[in-house]
Design a protein around this ligand. Structure first.
Ligand SMILES: [Zn+2]
Length: 164
């Protein structure tokens, strides 16, 4: 998986620069996070005890964990995680600028955490309604979305979302 190799590569670089326990994001200029930081998803847990394990390749056991880890991936700029957890039939895969758009959104936005408003967790289909707390250009761009997730071959994917 791309994300895993990316993290390994960054860890290696960290050893060289003598910074331990840090994951440096693809765009190093905009945000760095260490395992000890509180998780950007707003869980109040440390990153290493929360979304990091999923970013390193463990599969979230339900759609709620996937949703949080995707929000967190946006917050720290893990574009590959967003892409690899989006269902392959998504029209985004036909958008040649998709990866850049994710990166731009990550870089230009402050992620203040996510609030879960409602959830319906099934075996192969789940819905999570959440409030994403965001600021960009000093303006509140928070939104509420009802996302649909599907499980395929034991792995949960983001399928689509409706802004409420
Ligand atoms: Zn988290």
């Amino acid at each position: 998986m791309k994300v895993t190799s990316f993290i390994k590569q960054k860890s290696h670089r960290n050893k060289i620069s003598n910074i331990s326990n840090n994951i440096v994001c693809e765009e190093e200029s905009f945000m760095k996070i260490s395992g000890k930081s509180s998780c950007p998803c707003g869980s109040k847990k440390r990153y290493k005890n929360c979304c990091e394990i999923f970013h390193r390749g463990k599969l979230p056991k339900d759609a709620l964990l996937l949703m949080r880890s995707r929000y967190c991936a946006y917050a720290i700029g893990l574009t590959n995680y967003i892409i690899s957890t989006t269902i392959s039939t998504s029209k985004e895969f036909q958008n040649p600028n998709w990866e850049n758009e994710i990166r731009l959104f990550s870089e230009s936005t402050k992620f203040l955490g996510v609030t879960i408003l409602n959830k319906s967790l099934g075996d192969i289909e789940s819905y999570v309604t959440f409030r994403a707390n965001l600021i960009a250009n000093k303006q509140d761009i928070s939104f509420t979305e009802k996302s649909r997730f599907l499980k395929i071959d034991k792995k949960w994917f983001y399928e689509s979302g409706d802004i409420l």
